[in-house]
Each structure stands twice: as structure tokens, then as C-alpha cells.
Design a binder for this molecule. Structure first.
Ligand code: SF4
Ligand code: SF4
Ligand code: SF4
Ligand code: FES
Length: 956
């Protein structure tokens, strides 16, 4: 639903944050009685009864500061004129907000501000949406007695260094809202007010340009600024928006809610939604600013086909593309059998689109060969949590962290990969929660402004299970377990088995210290701290799952939460920080080869009948192929056709040589995407994708929160992704009849018990819903496993540590581990097509000074990185952030070839690749690797073949 600005421009700002107190206080404001929670400011109480007291330094996302003196009021019996923003309500208080005296003082304050403010309102970009302008009107300012010719800041120099916003100090009123936003909302502390009195000014870091400062470009200061001092460049270019719609960020698994503020069909700015359940009005640089990829010139908006990957592309109509693809798929199935084709669903597309792709595979291809990118990220989470607790998802909502007393982060880097949640977590840490970090690398949270981890267990990559077991060992060994919880909530037989296993001396911190590289005393101290906390919460990421023992570690983490009784209430839990915007949803929607939607196994005849009857087909009872199995079968000549929606397996999957061999051997590769990504270079059919701004649907974030995605512009290629899937299914002879994604959600709700109560109507009413949502939980479930586990009793599983085969040797003496960076996202297809390149325009190799010195490497040198799988070349960054013997890189740029080096090792239970441990050698080189040279040549060829299509006659 799009809302017009005629009725409503800026989100209502009631001046100070909501008080959570349950005590109510009644007072009188301008003769009207108002009852509000204790701790509410007079300013906010007045706003609640529609009395708008002028204000400038106050805003409801920040604590009151009381510097501008505009919000003064008279209070019976009080001395002077208190600032209403910093004065809390009291029972029986009598407040007057409008008198001659107050009006005079407010006008005087405004005169002082305006006498040092450029009078260029008519040409100012925020004209019509400026709080200073509004306040001048509100106080009835008609004249400025102090003149404009005195000392002023009107010539102060603009800072245009940030690609997304400008800083124009000539317009600054030094209200410090920006400084407080950076401290309180973002937690980066990049801004200060330097100097005093007239000399005071806002300064980034050591008075540096924004781009060189500690600023992470989250935009909280821009949002907080009441003047045009901090302004989005997009707003300056395009002018004020005219309408908006509420939608959800398409980047990471935090799932921030936004107001897409539009002018006609173009996005002017993305403003984080104050009512967003996951983000409460905050965002990171990606969601707020990096939306330009949606209209980037590289977008392919016409379907294309070709016989061979070395042929030029031919632009065709949608129908031609569908029939070409369908004919190829049918031909392959006739020649090689029904199971010679499969599909990959997208964790970036909506739930409804993902549901349709798996339905197409099962109903139109007639097999279970469907998988999703969770295979390569969080499939161990699904396995481990389902096994121990009965549900394949995290247990809490993000807000739960505000009740945590001890926070343990294992193998995750929230400030880079889940930044908005990281800001919330930092708030809790600043309030005094203790922090334990288990990570081979010193992530930012180990020490950042006002946050310091009590313990950083800097383990060797690949030893997670040993550390998690050792933590549990200490808890049992020292009698710190939650006996009552274990007895009442957990399976006793399994607990006794596990207890015996864990108490074995081989799991003690002392026994594993050499293997893990972590001193036993640190492990003991961290375990004691976690076990003693009233509420202990565990957050983990891909540093847990992407290992040969990923599933074992997830079960070990569940054991740790159960043995300390940290489940089933606020402030605790097992919280996987999911990577992509809809990876949770893609898993929920039946994207795995063994599970139908709602994680129900294909071998269950009742489940098959339920779906089979609805879809009018018979569903195969055997699980299909996982992604790595599809690649192996392709190389083996048994798998010949693939439909890949919104996923770039050629860049994101490990062992690139093997993936490329598999993709080259296919007879029909259908890629549906926004851009000619790396996988599309191996495609025979290209179906243009629609961005999140061009479609309706829902995403499900890491907290199981289903949030609306709303169309704010027409699909550039004419069809939304779900419509394209329907077209392909129809060409294959299978009809899907939906006229809107809401009908797809209705079908999901009909067939999936945990989604039974979900509908677009309810989403519109509630804003978002955390599943399970059904008769027992009509508005959703923020906390799982409250009275009992989904599986009944919690199941402790024995988790023996088995060292990975990927060990260092004389030939490969270093361990490579990989991760993400704040400004880039996953394979970078979106963020590389935005100004985010200003921060990270190439992947680099981090190396400890000791290892660099041994190899004669200096900062900026080219380094050859070689493993048993392949070789690539990256630029060196020498840093103590990584420990000796460990090197680290990101994988956001295809030409850096991080996955040429990663191997085919994978998790024993789910095949999730072991991205986090690869034995490598590193040495100084002066030229690109063979693979990189071939990559460049292949890319040039494919771009030429694409350009030839564009030069040819366009399709009518
Ligand atoms: S930049 Fe904006 S928010 Fe910051 S002090 Fe100046 S006017 Fe206030
Ligand atoms: S953009 Fe964010 S990090 Fe940068 S100064 Fe503003 S609030 Fe701080
Ligand atoms: S934290 Fe994630 S969901 Fe939120 S704005 Fe950033 S990328 Fe988007
Ligand atoms: S708004 Fe209260 S002092 Fe500025």
C-alpha cells in the first residue's frame, strides 16, 4: 500500500523515547488531563494529547538533552521555566505550554539560531521538510533583531566526502542530535562537538572528512539532523519525495523495515521504519543507501536464449524464452531421465517466489532435486536445532538481547554482517551485559568504543566443537549446571549419556588447549561467567556452520544452552544470525531436497498426500539431490538441466574449478537474475529478475519474522519473479493459478501448520509476524520452547570432536578462513553496483606480521594463495587482527577467486562446505593466477556475447 505525502510527510516525532514503566501518572497540560507511564517527559505527554511544544534538540529516538531551550514550559510551583524534554511528569503536575512570556523566549531563541543561518530556504534541499523552518513558523518568528552581519559560520566549508550524504556546517545549529544518534543508536561514537560556545562545531573522528573517519555511514545522524546540515545526496538531486510504502530490506537476515520514499517511480530515500520490529528505526549503510543497483545500467530487462554458452545471446519475448527452456528441459528428461534436472531457490527472493520454485521442481520437473543457498551457509543450523529442540530456527527475537546478562558470540561478526542487530547488542553491552567472543579473529566487538569483551577465546579454525565441549565440561565438572531445568525440560537418558561423554577428561579445557590454542584458564573463566549469568544468550554465525563439523557444533551450542537452562524466556536462547534476507524463509518454504514446506520429510506419506492433493501431482518419496550432488552428477554426465533463481553458485560455492566444470557440462541452464552474474555466463536461458522494489511478497528474517515486501515501482522486465516461474511451469505443462502473491501465501498457510494463521491481511494489521502463527499463537511467537520444546523434551546429543581433514602441512602451512565486510554483501552483485565500492573495491588477504615477514611480504604486495583446490592472487594487508598461522579474506568480488582456493570438504550431516578452514600456502607474486587470467578472458567473451544481443534488433 502506498501512502501519499499530502496527509503525512515526516514520521510523527513525540520528542522523547517511550517509557516502559507500568506505573501510570496523571497530570494537567493546558487544562487537559493526561495519563502516561511514569518516566515520560512533559514534552511527550503533551504531544500525546496533541499539544505540540516547539523543540529542536529533542527527538523521540534519542534521550533528552535539553540544550536548545525552545521547549520551555511553566509548571505550577516549579522554579523558573523548565525544559519540557528533560522534565519527567509527576502526579498532579499542572503544566502550561503557551503564554506571552514563553512565546517571547522561544522567539528570542529562534532569532539567535536564524541570525547565524543561511537564508536560502527557497533553494535549500530540505525546504518544506526542515524542523528549523517549522519551528520558526511555530514560534511566529517575523524578524531577526540581531542582524546577519555579525560573526557567523555562513562560510563554513561543506564536506562532500561521503558518497551518500553531505555535511554543510553553515546550517548546523549544534543541537548534537547527530552526535547522540551516532552514540546511542548506532554505537559507533564517530562524532563529537568540538570547542565551546560560538566555536563549537560537529567533528567526525579527529576532525576528519566523514569518509576518512570512523563513521560507518549508517545514516542515523542524517535522519536525526533537524536542519539541512546532514542531507542525503539523493534528496539533493531529486527533491522531496511524494509518496512512500513500507517494505523490507533485501540485504541481510536482520530484516530491517523501511519506508521507501518515492518521487514518481524513483526511490528518493530509504528511511528505516520506527515501527520495524527488527530495527526500530535504525539501518546500516546497505539498506539505507545502497539501493542504486535496482536501477543500474547493468540490469538485464529482456529475456534471452542461446544454444551454447559460446553463442551470442538472442533477445526474445517472455513466451519464447519459456517455450525454449521448457523444450530443453523436456528433451533432457526424455533422454536422461526425470531426475536429470533440478532447481535452486533463492534466499534473496520472497517466500512466495521460493515456494513456487520448489513447487515447480516437485510438480513440473517431477522430482525432489531442489536446494537453496542455505546448503552453503546454515543447513547445519536446521539439522542441529531440529535434532535437539525440534525446530529448525532460532529461539528468540532480537529485542530479547536487551534482557541478556551474558552474551556469547561464536563464529559471527555482527558489526559487519548484521549491523543493526550489532547496534542493539552494543546498547545492551554498554548497559553492563558481559561479552564472551569465540572466534579465531579479533572482530570489532572484541574491543570497540565503550564495549570490550570479557573473554576472547581466539581458537584455531576448525576447533569449535572442542571449545564448546570444553565449556560444557567446566559447567558439569564444577557443578554449575541448571539441575532443575535439565530435570524438568530435557530427556534424562540422553542427558546422562551426554553428561558421561562430556565429563570425560579428554573434553577438559586442559586437554584441548593445545589443539584449540586457547588457554584452559580462559575457557574455565568464560564457562563460569556464562553459567552464572541469570540470562545467558548465544549468538552464532557461519563461523559455526561452515565446517566439517558444523552440525555437531550447532548441537553442542544447543547442549550448552540446555545445560545452563538458557531457553524458553527473554534474554536467553540459541540465536543463529542468518546471512541472507530470506534464507530462513527459503528453508521454511521447502527448498531442501528432503523436506516439503514446514520442514516435513518427503518420506512421510501423509505429508506427500497433503501437498500432492493440493498440487494435483504425485510427489516423489525419495529425497532429491543437494547442490554438491547436482554438481557431482553433472560432472559425471547424469545431470543436465538446472533452473537457478537469484543465486550465483559459480561465485558463491566452494571449489570453483569443480563448479565451473559442472556448469559447463549442462545442456540447459536457466538463470533468473537481475544481472549477468557469474552463473549466468554458463546459461542458455536468461530470465530477467525483479528487484525487491518491483514486487509484492514477504521475507522471513533470522528471528522467524515474516515482513512485507511491497512493490514501489513496476518490474523493469514486465514480470515479477513469481510470474516468471508461473510462465515457465505453464510451458512445462503444469498450470499454476495465482493472480497475486497473497494467494500463494494463502496456499502456504493452508498446507503448513506453523504458517496457518499468516495472511497478508494480518501482516498489514500487525506489521510483521514471527512464526509459528496458528490457533495457539494467533499473533505469532517471539520466543520458542517456552513451556516445552517443540519436540517435547530437549535432547542432549553427544558431540565428539573430530579434527577436520583440512590440516596444515609443510606444503600448506597456513589456515585460510573467510568472512564478510560491512559495506559489501555476499557475492557483491548488488553492492558492487553502488557507491559502497568507495569502502571496499577489492578483496584483500589479511595476514599476521609474523607470517608476512617470513615470506618477505609487505602491505599492498600481491600474494599468491594456493591450496590443494586451486590458486588465486590477492593484495596483502598486514594486521594483528588475525593470529599467526591464519589468513583471512572476503569473497565479494568474483575476480578475487576466494572459492578457487576453498575445497570440497563439507559438514558430515548436511554437506555445508567447510569455507572456514582451508590449508594454504602464501607467497609473493607479480602477476595474476592462471584461473584469474582465464576468468578475465571468459568474462570478456561473455560481455561481448551480451553486447551483441543488445546491438541486435530489439524484441517487439
Ligand atoms: S549536524 Fe544537524 S544534528 Fe548535528 S548538531 Fe548540526 S544541526 Fe544538529
Ligand atoms: S553515519 Fe552513522 S556512523 Fe557515521 S557519523 Fe552518522 S551516525 Fe555515526
Ligand atoms: S542490517 Fe541488514 S537488513 Fe538492516 S539495513 Fe543493514 S543490510 Fe538491511
Ligand atoms: S527540545 Fe527541549 S531543550 Fe531542546
Amino acid at each position: 500500500m502506498s501512502v501519499n505525502y499530502e496527509d503525512y510527510r515526516r514520521e510523527r516525532d513525540v520528542g522523547t523515547p517511550l517509557s516502559e514503566s507500568e506505573q501510570q501518572v496523571s497530570l494537567t497540560i493546558d487544562g487537559e488531563t493526561v495519563t502516561v507511564p511514569e518516566g515520560t517527559s512533559v514534552l511527550r505527554a503533551a504531544a500525546e494529547v496533541g499539544v505540540n511544544i516547539p523543540k529542536l534538540c529533542a527527538t523521540d529516538s534519542l534521550k533528552a538533552f535539553g540544550s536548545c531551550r525552545l521547549c520551555l514550559v511553566e509548571i505550577d510551583g516549579a522554579k523558573g521555566l523548565p525544559a519540557s524534554c528533560t522534565t519527567d511528569v509527576r502526579e498532579g503536575m499542572v503544566v502550561t505550554t503557551q503564554t506571552e512570556r514563553l512565546a517571547d523566549i522561544r522567539r528570542n531563541v529562534m532569532e539567535l539560531y536564524i541570525s547565524d543561518h543561511p537564508l536560502d530556504c527557497l533553494t535549500c534541499p530540505t525546504n518544506g521538510d526542515c524542523e528549523l523552518q517549522d519551528m520558526a513558523g511555530a514560534v511566529g518568528l517575523r524578524d531577526v533583531r540581531y542582524g546577519y552581519e555579525g560573526e557567523n559560520h555562513l562560510d563554513a566549508e561543506k564536506d562532500e566526502s561521503n558518497p551518500y550524504f553531505t555535511f554543510d556546517p553553515s546550517k548546523c545549529i549544534v543541537c548534537s542530535r547527530c552526535v547522540r544518534a551516532c552514540d546511542e543508536v548506532q554505537g559507533t561514537f564517530a562524532l563529537t562537538i568540538d570547542g565551546r560556545g560560538f566555536e563549537s562545531k560537529v567533528s567526525a573522528s579527529q576532525d576528519q572528512p566523514f569518509i576518512d573517519s570512523e563513521c560507518v555511514s549508517c545514516g542515523a545522524c542524517v535522519q536525526a539532523c533537524p536542519t539541512a546540515t546532514l542531507t542525503e545526496k539523493s534528496l539533493i538531486d531529486m527533491g522531496q519525495p511524494e509518496h512512500f510504502a513500507i517494505t523490507t530490506c533485501a540485504y541481510c537476515g536482520v530484516g530491517c523495515s523501511f519506508r521507501a520514499e518515492m518521487k514518481g517511480g524513483e526511490v528518493v530515500k530509504m528511511i528505516p521504519n520506527k515501527d520495524g520490529g527488527a530495527n526500530h528505526g535504525h539501518s546500516c549503510v546497505k539498506g539505507r543507501f545502497a539501493f542504486g543497483y535496482a536501477t543500474h545500467q547493468d540490469r538485464i530487462t529482456t529475456p534471452m536464449i542461446r544454444e551454447s554458452i559460446h553463442d551470442p545471446w538472442q533477445e526474445v519475448s517472455w513466451d519464447e524464452a519459456f517455450s525454449f527452456a521448457a523444450k530443453k528441459i523436456k528433451g533432457i528428461q526424455k533422454k536422461y531421465g526425470k531426475d536429470a534436472v533440478g532447481g535452486i531457490t533463492s534466499s534473496r527472493c520472497t517466500n512466495e517466489e521460493t515456494y513456487l520454485v520448489q513447487k515447480l521442481v516437485r510438480a513440473a520437473f517431477g522430482n525432489n532435486n531442489v536446494d537453496t543457498c542455505a546448503r552453503v551457509c546454515h543447513s547445519p543450523t536446521g539439522y542441529g536445532l531440529k535434532t535437539t529442540m525440534g525446530e529448525s530456527a532460532g529461539t528468540q527475537n532480537f529485542d530479547s538481547v536487551m534482557e541478556a546478562d551474558a552474551i556469547m558470540i561464536i563464529g559471527a561478526n555482527p558489526t559487519d554482517a548484521h549491523p543493526v542487530f550489532a547496534s542493539q547488542m552494543k546498547r545492551r553491552l554498554q548497559e553492563g551485559a558481559d561479552l564472551i567472543i569465540v572466534d579465531p579473529r579479533a572482530i570489532d566487538l572484541v574491543r570497540s568504543p565503550h564495549v570490550e569483551a570479557e573473554y576472547h577465546l581466539g581458537l584455531r579454525p576448525g576447533t569449535n566443537v572442542a571449545i564448546v565441549n570444553a565449556l560444557a565440561h567446566v559447567i558439569l565438572d564444577e557443578g554449575l549446571e541448571a539441575k532443575e531445568f535439565i530435570e524438568s525440560r530435557c530427556d534424562q537418558e540422553a542427558y546422562q549419556d551426554w553428561r558421561e561423554f562430556i565429563l570425560d577428561a579428554k573434553n577438559s579445557p586442559e586437554s584441548v588447549a593445545e589443539e584449540t590454542g586457547v588457554p584452559a584458564e580462559s575457557v574455565r573463566a568464560a564457562a563460569r561467567l556464562f553459567a552464572a549469568a541469570p540470562n545467558g544468550a548465544i549468538y552464532y554465525g557461519l563461523g559455526v556452520s561452515e565446517h566439517s563439523q558444523g552440525s555437531t557444533t550447532v548441537m553442542g551450542i544447543a547442549n550448552l544452552a540446555m545445560v545452563t537452562g538458557n531457553l524458553g524466556r527473554e534474554g536467553v536462547g540459541v540465536n543463529p544470525l542468518r546471512g541472507q534476507n530470506n534464507v530462513q524463509g527459503a528453508c521454511d518454504m521447502g527448498s531442501f531436497p528432503h523436506e516439503l514446506p514446514g520442514y516435513r520429510h518427503v518420506s512421510d506419506p501423509e505429508v506427500r498426500k497433503l501437498f500432492g492433493d493440493e498440487w494435483g501431482v504425485e510427489i516423489q518419496s525419495d529425497p532429491g539431490l543437494r547442490i554438491p550432488n547436482m554438481f557431482d552428477a553433472a560432472v559425471g554426465g547424469r545431470f543436465k538441466g538446472m533452473y537457478v533463481q537469484g543465486e550465483d553458485v559459480a561465485q558463491s560455492d566452494p571449489d570453483t574449478h569443480h563448479v565451473e566444470a559442472a556448469l559447463s557440462s549442462l545442456e540447459c541452464m536457466i538463470v533468473q537474475d537481475l544481472f549477468l552474474n557469474e552463473t549466468a555466463k554458463f546459461a542458455h536461458v536468461f530470465l530477467p529478475g525483479s528487484s525487491f522494489l518491483e514486487k509484492n511478497g514477504t521475507f522471513t528474517n533470522a528471528e522467524r519474522r515474516i515482513s512485507p515486501v511491497r512493490k514501489v515501482m513496476e518490474p523493469k522486465a514486465g514480470l515479477e519473479d513469481w510470474e516468471a516461474t508461473i510462465g515457465l511451469a505453464k510451458a512445462l505443462g503444469y498450470e499454476m493459478n495465482y493472480s497475486h502473491p497473497s494467494e500463494i501465501m494463502d496456499e502456504i498457510a493452508r498446507l503448513t501448520p506453523t504458517f496457518k494463521g499468516v495472511s497478508y491481511k494480518k501482516l498489514d494489521e500487525l506489521g510483521s509476524i514471527q512464526w509459528p502463527c496458528n490457533d495457539e499463537a494467533e499473533t505469532g511467537t517471539p520466543t520458542m520452547h517456552v513451556d516445552e520444546f517443540v519436540r517435547g523434551k530437549g535432547l542432549f546429543r553427544v558431540t565428539p570432536y573430530v579434527p577436520t581433514d583440512e590440516r596444515t602441512t609443510r606444503k600448506y602451512p597456513l589456515l585460510l578462513t573467510t568472512g564478510r565486510i560491512l559495506s559489501q554483501y555476499n557475492v557483491g552483485a548488488q553492492t558492487r553496483r553502488t557507491e559502497n565500492l568507495s569502502w571496499h573495491n577489492e578483496d584483500v588477504l589479511e595476514m599476521h606480521p609474523h607470517d608476512a615477514e617470513q615470506r618477505g611480504l609487505e602491505e599492498g604486495d600481491w600474494v599468491g594463495l594456493q591450496s590443494r583446490a586451486g590458486e588465486t592472487v590477492l593484495r596483502a594487508v598486514i594486521t594483528e587482527r588475525v593470529q599467526p598461522g591464519v589468513v583471512y579474506t572476503t569473497f565479494h568480488h568474483p575476480e578475487s577467486g576466494a572459492n578457487v582456493v576453498t575445497t570440497d570438504n563439507s559438514d558430515w550431516a548436511t554437506n555445508c562446505p567447510e569455507y572456514k578452514v582451508t590449508a594454504v600456502q602464501a607467497f609473493k607474486v607479480s602477476q595474476l593466477s592462471d584461473w584469474q587470467r582465464k576468468f578475465e578472458a571468459f568474462t570478456d567473451e561473455q560481455i561481448d556475447l551480451l553486447e551483441r544481443a543488445k546491438r541486435a534488433q530489439p524484441v517487439s
